[in-house]
Design a protein around this ligand. Structure first.
Ligand code: 5GP
Ligand code: ZN
Length: 118
């Protein structure tokens, strides 16, 4: 069922605390933690505690999707990367680089960011 924990999901296990992570912010509905393989000085993943496989399916819960985006902005402020700017990325589908199928926003900042991305 949408939103229910998945036994084999890494990010459900991080959300529950079963798998450790370097958590930088938590709310009742979200967890933000440092990416284990950072691609920039600031690289934080923001997840909903509830399991949705990708950003588009998370949009079935608009308030929860907004929680994730808001928290990414709060992390950016905490990490002082709001200026000159940061990026929020939802890789969606294996061909776009999605490897964990629990929706997550990558908050990336602290260095120059090229456009278009690779
Ligand atoms: P995706 O490739 O699905 O967009 O993003 C998954 C991200 O999760 C990758 O950037 C990867 O480095 C990160 N990741 C994978 N396993 C772990 C883990 O066990 N802990 C943390 N903190 N990050 C992880
Ligand atoms: Zn999950």
């Amino acid at each position: 069922m949408a939103g229910e924990p998945q036994a084999d999901c890494l990010f459900c296990k991080i959300a529950s605390g079963e798998v450790p992570a370097t958590v930088v912010r938590e709310t009742a509905t979200t967890v933000a933690f440092r990416d284990i393989n950072p691609q920039a000085p600031t690289h934080v993943l923001v997840i909903p505690r509830a399991h949705y496989p990708d950003a588009a399916s998370l949009a079935a819960e608009p308030a929860l999707l907004a929680d994730v985006i808001r928290e990414a902005g709060e992390v950016a402020a905490d990490e002082k990367v709001v200026a000159p700017g940061y990026r929020i990325v939802f890789n969606t589908g294996a061909g776009a680089g999605q490897t964990v199928f629990h929706a997550h926003a990558h908050l990336i900042g602290g260095r120059g960011l090229e456009w278009p991305p690779g």
